[in-house]
Design a protein around this ligand. Structure first.
Ligand SMILES: [Mn+2]
Length: 348
């Protein structure tokens, strides 16, 4: 009897051991997967660092999180304001920095195409950063180096879209930004759009690259203007719009070729639609601009100032609803999505 009971106990203990081992192996397995997946994704991006052309399976990559669904469920919302901000920043341009060095240093937490999601909380907004661009690769390197880490600390679910004007016709900053809005929405369900010049670097990470109750002008105090906002109607540099705010203004005008006027036009559109321009204070909204000469094929266009006067009568037919362009190429770098577009520019 005792012997039988002993055998039974031994069998029970053995069974429990097998059961415990099973549980342990399983949990260890899922634990390993959960840390290995983000690591592999980051590593994958890193080896991706060359210029990889977008493949046909675009749909597959659209809006994917690269995160196990089970992890997503448990994430709470990110805190507002973000906890890891540091405030004023020191920015010293090192123009010898190469793109490869920046990729090595900061692409690890990013997903292909310059996409990021905070790993441990759900971002308060999904933000597309749109940079109108032509021939400013040395500025782009500085922008990526300084601004990516800021956006990560701001815990945004964001993507960086560089909209490159093809050819050497007259430059059209506003039409490129409209194009970026449309193209970014094809990639992911963004609800907020930040439009930024490539040469503007924020000097304070409390200047959050997100959207507000009214369209926002973020670059209020630029070193070039002695950190003073030259005019209350200024709306150039860096601005942000919720999707519905941008649609209210019909986006930007498509008809401002060459330098000047398109930002004043957008200021008018915003006011005409009953919105105002929101701004951070001049302490937080500080920027450093990379010094440069006027670009070729982007000379001041004297016609533009006159056009601003007609903004109210033209805005309903000239904007997102009349936008025409052709995508020539989409390249997903580790640090950004580079979209080259033909915007039917007149010869300069
Ligand atoms: Mn500039």
């Amino acid at each position: 009897m005792t012997r039988k009971r002993f055998c039974f106990l031994v069998a029970l203990i053995l069974l429990s051991l097998v059961f415990l081992a099973e549980v342990f192996i399983n949990s260890k397995d899922s634990f390993l997967t959960s840390i290995a997946i983000p690591y592999l994704v980051a590593k994958g991006n890193y080896t991706f660092s060359g210029r990889v052309k977008e493949t046909e399976d675009r749909k597959v990559s659209q809006g994917t999180t690269h995160m196990p669904a089970s992890m997503n469920k448990t994430l709470g919302p990110c805190t507002d304001p973000p906890p890891n901000l540091v405030g004023p920043l020191r920015v010293e341009f090192n123009l010898s920095l190469t793109l490869e060095e920046v990729r090595k240093e900061i692409s690890r937490p990013l997903q292909e195409g310059g996409r990021y999601k905070p790993p441990d909380c759900v971002a308060i907004q999904k933000v597309a950063i749109i940079i109108p661009f032509r021939n400013r690769h040395e500025h782009l390197i500085q922008w990526l180096y300084y601004v990516h880490p800021i956006l990560m600390r701001q815990q945004l679910d964001y993507g960086v879209y560089v909209i490159n004007q093809d050819g050497d016709g007259l430059f059209n900053r506003a039409k490129l930004m409209n194009t970026g809005y449309v193209e970014a929405l094809k990639q992911y369900d963004y609800d907020c759009f930040v439009f930024s010049d490539v040469d503007l670097i924020p000097l304070d990470d409390r200047n959050i690259y997100k959207c507000f109750d009214n369209p926002r002008h973020l670059s209020v105090a630029i070193d070039k203007f002695n950190y003073v906002l030259p005019s209350e109607t200024l709306f150039g540099g860096v601005s942000s719009f919720f999707k519905n705010q941008f649609l209210k203004t019909n986006g930007f005008s498509n008809t401002y070729w060459g330098w000047g006027g398109e930002d004043d036009d957008m200021c008018k559109r915003t006011l005409f639609r009953g919105m105002s321009i929101s701004r951070p204070n001049a302490e937080i909204g500080r920027y450093k601009m990379i010094k440069h000469n006027r670009d070729l094929h982007n000379e001041v266009n004297p016609e533009n100032a006159e056009k601003v006067g007609h903004a109210e009568t033209t805005m309903d037919e000239d904007g997102i609803n009349s936008l025409k362009y052709t995508v020539k190429e989409i390249v997903k770098d580790a640090l950004y999505t580079f979209i080259t577009v033909d915007i039917q520019a007149p010869a300069s």
